[in-house]
Design a protein around this ligand. Structure first.
Ligand code: CAA
Ligand code: FAD
Length: 379
C-alpha cells in the first residue's frame, strides 16, 4: 500500500474541498433546519463528475479509483453529510451495481445518465420488517412471463423522492429463500409506483428519506439485473463497496468536527489561557486525531483492496464499523470542547453529532458489521 496520493487524487480532493466550502457550507444549517434537499448542489456535483466518479468514461463516468472516491467523500462529509450520502448511494450502490452486474442495454439506458449526474438513483433493500434481516423480503416480484409483477413496501429509502431510477430487491421464489430474490430496475414513471411521506429525521436532514409503495408495477424482464435469483448476492456485493462510501462519510464527519474543535480550542480562553493550553483538552484532541487517523487508514485499505482486485468485504465492514464509531465519539467530544456554543446550531458541531449517528445504522448497523467480520474470520 502506497501512502502517497497521486496528483490526480490530490486534485480530486482539492476540488471536493473547494466545492464543500463554496457550495455546500452556505445554507447547510438552513437545509438541515428545514429538511431541504440540496437540489442545486446535486446538479453541480453531477456536472463536476462526482456522481459517477468510478464509472468508466465510456458509460459517462470519471474512471477514477476508489481512493479518490474516499478522499472526495471525506471532504464533502466534513461539511454536509446530507449531500454526501446522495453521492455515496449514487456512486457505490446504484452506479457500481449497474456497471458491474448490469448488461450492455441496461448500462446504456440507465447507467449513462446516472453516471453523468443527469438523474439520481436509489437502492431499495430495506423494508418495514426487513432491515438487518435483509433476506426476509416481503416485497414480491412474481414472474409473469415477459415481466415481473412487483408488490410491496420499501422503507427509509435515501433519494426516495429525488431519484428517477430505483434498484428494487424483491422475492420471486419464496421457497428458495435468499436464492429466490431478484434485483429489478424500476423507473419512477412506472404505473403503480408511489412515493410515501418524507421521514422527519434526527440527522442528515437534508437528504430525502421516504418509504416507497409498489402496487402491481409491471417491470419488464429486461430490467432484471443478472440471472434469476441473483438479487441477494447482488445486494450484498454492492453493499461491500457501499460500506466504503459510508465509512468515508463517517471519517469526514469526524474530521470536520475535529477541525472545528481544534480551531475553537485555540481561540476560546478560560482561566487566562486558550482551551488548547489545558492538558485535558489536549488529550481529547490527541484521542480524536488518533481515532480519525486509524479510521482513515481502514478506509484507504478497503479502497486499495477493491482497486487491486482483492476481496474487500471484511475490510469494508471493518472500515465502516470503526469509522462510524469514531465519528460518534469524535463529534460528541467536539461538542464538549465547544461548551455551550457547541449546543448552538451556528457552530456546526451539533449537526455533525446528529449526522454521525446514522453512520452506525445504515448500510448495516455496527452489530451487522461485526457479523460480517466475524463470519469472514471464522469461515
Ligand atoms: N457476497 C456474495 N454473497 C453473499 C454475501 C456477499 N458479501 N453475503 C452473503 N451472501 C450470500 C451467502 O453466501 C448466502 O448464500 P448461500 O446460502 O448460497 O451460501 C446468502 O447470501 C445469504 O447469506 P447469509 O446466510 O449470510 O444471510 P443472513 O440472513 O445470515 O444475513 C447479513 C447476512 C450479512 C446479516 C445480511 O442480511 C446483511 O448484510 N444485512 C444488513 C443489510 C444492510 O446492510 N442493509 C443496507 C440497506 S442500503 C442502505 O442502508 C443505504 C443507505 O442507508 C444510504
Ligand atoms: P433492525 O434490523 O430492526 O435492528 C434493530 C437493532 O437490533 C439494531 O441495533 C441492530 O443492530 C440490532 N440487531 C438486529 N439483528 C441483530 C443480530 N442478529 N445480532 C445483533 N444485533 C442485531 N435502506 C435501503 O435499503 N436503502 C436506503 O437508501 C436506506 N437509506 C436509509 C436512510 C436512513 C436515514 C435510515 C434511517 C435508514 C436507511 N436504510 C436504507 C435502512 C437501513 O439500512 C436500516 O435501517 C438498517 O439496515 C437497520 O435495519 P432496521 O432499521 O430494520 O433495524
Amino acid at each position: 500500500m502506497n501512502f502517497d496520493f497521486t496528483e490526480e487524487q490530490l486534485m480530486i480532493r482539492q476540488a471536493a474541498r473547494n466545492f464543500a466550502q463554496n457550495d455546500l457550507k452556505p445554507g447547510v444549517i438552513e437545509r438541515d433546519e428545514h429538511q431541504t434537499f440540496p437540489t442545486e448542489q446535486m446538479k453541480k456535483l453531477g456536472e463536476l463528475g462526482f456522481l459517477g466518479m468510478m464509472v468508466a468514461p465510456q458509460y459517462g463516468g470519471g474512471g477514477m479509483d476508489t481512493t479518490s472516491y474516499v478522499l472526495a467523500m471525506e471532504e464533502l462529509s466534513k461539511v454536509d453529510a446530507s449531500a454526501s450520502v446522495v453521492v455515496s448511494v449514487n456512486n457505490s450502490l446504484v452506479c457500481y451495481g449497474l456497471e458491474k452486474y448490469g448488461n450492455e442495454e441496461q448500462k446504456q439506458k440507465y447507467l449513462l445518465p446516472l453516471a453523468k449526474g443527469e438523474v439520481i438513483g436509489a437502492f431499495c433493500l430495506s423494508e418495514p420488517e426487513a432491515g438487518s434481516d435483509a433476506t426476509s423480503q416481503h416485497t414480491t416480484a412474481v414472474d409473469m412471463g415477459d415481466y415481473y409483477l412487483l408488490n410491496g413496501v420499501k422503507n427509509w429509502i435515501t433519494n426516495g423522492n429525488s431519484a428517477s431510477t430505483y434498484i428494487v430487491i424483491a422475492q420471486t421464489h419464496p421457497e428458495k429463500g435468499s436464492k429466490g430474490i431478484n434485483a429489478l430496475i424500476v423507473e419512477r414513471s412506472m404505473e403503480g409506483f408511489a412515493v410515501g411521506a418524507k421521514e422527519n429525521k434526527m440527522g442528515i436532514r437534508g437528504s430525502d428519506t421516504h418509504s416507497l409503495m409498489f402496487t402491481d408495477v409491471k417491470v419488464p424482464k429486461a430490467n432484471r439485473i443478472g440471472e434469476d435469483g441473483f438479487g441477494f448476492p447482488f445486494a450484498m456485493k454492492v453493499l461491500e463497496g457501499g460500506r466504503i462510501g459510508i465509512a468515508a462519510q463517517a471519517l469526514g464527519i469526524a474530521s470536520g468536527a475535529y477541525e472545528l474543535a481544534l480551531n475553537y480550542s485555540k481561540e476560546r480562553k478560560t482561566f487566562g489561557k486558550p482551551l488548547s493550553d489545558h492538558q485535558a483538552i489536549q488529550f481529547k484532541l490527541a484521542d480524536m486525531a488518533t481515532e480519525i487517523e486509524a479510521a482513515r487508514l481502514l478506509c484507504l485499505r478497503a479502497a486499495w483492496l477493491k482497486d487491486n482486485g482483492q476481496p474487500y468485504g471484511a475490510a469494508s465492514a471493518m472500515a465502516k464499523l470503526f469509522a462510524s464509531e469514531a465519528a460518534m465519539k469524535v463529534a460528541v467530544e467536539a461538542v464538549q470542547i465547544h461548551g455551550g456554543y457547541g449546543f448552538i446550531k451556528e457552530y456546526h458541531v451539533e449537526r455533525l453529532m446528529r449526522d454521525a449517528k446514522i453512520t452506525q445504522i445504515y448500510e448495516g448497523t455496527s452489530e451487522i458489521q461485526k457479523i460480517v467480520i466475524s463470519r469472514d474470520l471464522l469461515k
